[in-house]
Design a protein around this ligand. Structure first.
Ligand code: ZN
Length: 373
């Protein structure tokens, strides 16, 4: 997931995914409405000022929650380098899965603990402001930030993987059973179950005429699919071990000029090199990919008159590129998510330096399991 970089704290880059703007708008509208109702005599300008500051405070609290995870993970050697805030909250991108139940527990629990401490802090501020007789909009704002932090802590402590509470559950099961795989499977099943329960509750709300039920439906659906996805990822990660994209890529990328015909491409490139896919090059830049299967819908007699550029898949940097320093498991998840068999590999400057295919990754899994490694 790519986002806009907004800053760097403790060596950790903080990014906002564009979907976060949706939640920003939503919170802003809820806050203005709520504060407006309780303080109807407040001026429009002070109402908006309070709402914007409250929303920004919530944003800071969310970043602090994620930073707590990341700083703890880095202290335990997991190597978090980036936090991305997206529509349903934040994700800290851990390079490795935690190596022991104890470190998993510590990394997971600090997030909700931070939110609870922040809730207490803002509640104290609320009481203080109330006692001082400050303008009622600020009193409400402090109360609102306290409540939203508490809600964040409670939601994240639901014991379903990959939520924080699910990670806590997994660490406990992992230490009890001594099997990461079994612990992940159970915690992910609980995560899926909670997801479906939320979806069900949301539908009940919608049926009874409350459109606010769309939120539990969306959250539940996301949780259920994230739980299923994380389990697949953990299984694959275990099978692969610490293998990176640069370990498995083929380099350099074999290319076909965009203007050659399919007939030339078939004989001079596909048959000659016995490759099933090529990058397509135009004026020195890679502009797409062409696979064997893309020839099939074109009748053979038209191969002389159709160029590679006409049938190739144009380059989509969001889905078709992967950095060479990413873990092989992440490249696999990216291919599965976008239904691709191959990704182009880039270096730090964004130059395309290789290609990785899902069959390369699967072959390694087969060899490893065949050798019992
Ligand atoms: Zn968290």
């Amino acid at each position: 997931m790519q986002g806009w970089k907004i800053g760097k704290v403790f060596g950790i880059t903080i990014e906002i995914h564009f979907t976060w703007l949706i939640i920003f708008g939503l919170i802003l509208s809820v806050v203005t409405q709520e504060i407006g109702q309780t303080a109807p005599d407040a001026s429009r300008a002070s109402l908006w000022a309070t709402a914007i500051i409250t929303t920004l405070l919530f944003f800071v609290c969310l970043v602090l929650h994620e930073l707590a995870h990341s700083v703890m993970a880095n202290r335990l050697g997991a190597g978090v380098s980036r936090i991305t805030l997206f529509v349903f909250g934040g994700v800290s991108q851990l390079k490795n899965e935690p190596d022991s139940p104890a470190s998993e527990f510590k990394v997971a629990i600090v997030g909700p603990l931070t939110s609870i401490i922040l809730a207490g802090l803002f509640y104290a501020i609320y009481l203080g402001l109330n006692g001082l007789g400050v303008s009622s909009v600020w009193v409400l704002a402090a109360n609102w930030v306290a409540r939203i932090n508490l809600a964040l802590a409670i939601f994240n402590m639901l014991p379903g993987f990959p939520l924080d509470g699910g990670r806590v559950l997994r660490s406990i099961l992992w230490s009890a059973w001594n099997s990461l795989d079994r612990a992940t499977r159970v915690a992910a099943n609980v995560g899926q179950a909670f997801g479906y329960i939320l979806v069900g509750l949301g539908f009940l709300m919608i049926i009874s005429g409350n459109w606010g039920g769309l939120w539990p439906v969306a959250l539940g659906w996301l949780l259920a699919s994230a739980a299923a996805g994380s389990y697949q990822r953990v299984q694959l990660q275990q099978a692969l071990g610490d293998v990176y994209v640069h370990d498995l890529m083929s380099s350099p990328v074999r290319t076909i000029p965009a203007q050659v015909t399919l007939a030339q491409a078939a004989y001079d490139h596909f048959m000659a090199a016995r490759f099933t896919a090529f990058a397509v090059e135009q004026e020195g830049a890679i502009v797409g990919m062409i696979r064997m299967e893309q020839f099939q819908p074109i009748p053979r007699e038209r191969w002389e008159h159709t160029t590679v550029a006409e049938v190739m898949e144009p380059l989509d940097p969001e889905t078709m590129l992967v950095n060479s320093d990413k873990m092989a498991v992440d490249a696999m998840m990216q291919m599965a998510e976008h239904d691709l068999g191959r990704l182009l590999v880039t270096d730090h400057s964004g130059n395309i330096i290789g290609i990785i295919s899902s069959s390369d990754v699967r072959r390694l899994v087969r060899v490893k399991s065949g050798l019992g490694m």
